[in-house]
Ligand binder design. Structure first.
Ligand SMILES: CC(C)(COP(=O)(O)OP(=O)(O)OC[C@H]1O[C@@H](n2cnc3c(N)ncnc32)[C@H](O)[C@@H]1OP(=O)(O)O)[C@@H](O)C(=O)NCCC(=O)NCCS
Length: 187
C-alpha cells in the first residue's frame, strides 16, 4: 500500500507545487510544466511560472500532486485535448489519428530525489481516479518504450515509461517516434 496522498493543483496547493518545481531548477531549466498547455513554451522561465499560476488560479489545469507527508514530490497532469493541445511528435500523431480521446496525460514528473519509489504510480492512479469521478472516457498517454532498448535513467523518460501505463490497462495504439507510443485505455 502506498503511503502517498494526492491533491489537485489549485491556488491552495500552488506553493507546494512551486517548491517542488524550484527544487528541480524549474524542471528542464524552467518549463514549469507549461509545455502541454495551449501557450506552450518559449517565453522563458518567469513567464512560464506566471502562466502556470494563471491556469491554476483560473482553474484551467487538471494536475494531481503526490505528497509524501507535507512535501509535494511529484505530479501527473491530465486534461482534455483542448486543454492540452501540445504533445510531443504532434505531426506523427496527427498522421494516423482517428477518434480523439476524451482525456490525455500531458506531463508526469517525480522530483529527482524521490524517483524509483512509486511516486509516478501514485500520480497516475490519482489522475485516473479523478477522471473516473467526472464520468471517465478514453484516456491517452504517450509513454516511452523501455524494453529492447538500453536502460534509461528516469530523467530521460520525459513522458514516462510504457510499463507504468500498461500496469493500469493502457494498450499500444500506434507508434509516433522511435521509442514513443500512443497508448489508450477506457475508464
Ligand atoms: C519517469 C518518471 C516520472 C518515473 O517516476 P518514478 O516516481 O520514479 O516512477 P515509479 O517509482 O512510480 O515507477 C513506476 C513504474 O515505472 C517504471 N519505471 C520507472 N522508472 C523507470 C526507468 N528508469 N526505466 C524503466 N522503467 C521505469 C517501472 O515499471 C516502475 O514500476 P516498478 O518500480 O514496480 O518496477 C521520473 O523518472 C521522472 O520524473 N522523469 C523525468 C520526467 C520528465 O522530464 N517530466 C517532465 C516532462 S517535460
Amino acid at each position: 500500500m502506498s503511503a502517498y496522498t494526492t491533491r489537485q493543483l489549485t491556488a491552495e496547493t500552488w506553493d507546494d507545487f512551486a517548491e517542488l518545481v524550484e527544487a528541480n531548477n524549474g524542471v528542464w531549466g524552467g518549463c514549469w510544466c507549461m509545455g502541454s498547455h495551449p501557450e506552450g513554451l518559449g517565453e522563458g522561465r518567469e513567464a512560464h511560472r506566471v502562466a502556470k499560476l494563471a491556469h491554476t488560479t483560473r482553474g484551467t489545469v487538471h494536475q494531481v500532486l503526490v505528497y509524501d507527508g507535507d512535501a509535494c514530490v511529484g505530479w501527473c497532469q491530465y486534461g482534455t485535448p483542448a486543454e492540452l493541445p501540445n504533445i510531443k511528435n504532434r505531426a506523427a500523431y496527427d498522421r494516423e489519428a482517428t477518434t480523439a480521446p476524451d482525456w490525455r496525460i500531458g506531463c508526469i514528473f517525480t522530483g529527482s530525489k524521490h524517483r524509483g519509489r512509486g511516486v509516478a504510480r501514485a500520480a497516475v492512479a490519482g489522475a485516473l481516479e479523478a477522471i473516473r469521478a467526472v464520468g471517465g472516457g478514453i484516456v491517452e498517454a504517450y509513454p516511452e518504450q523501455t524494453v529492447e532498448r538500453t536502460p534509461q535513467r528516469g530523467a530521460y523518460l520525459h513522458t514516462g515509461p510504457e510499463e507504468l501505463y500498461a500496469d493500469f490497462g493502457f494498450v499500444r495504439d500506434r507508434k509516433i517516434a522511435k521509442w514513443r507510443w500512443v497508448m489508450r485505455a477506457e475508464f
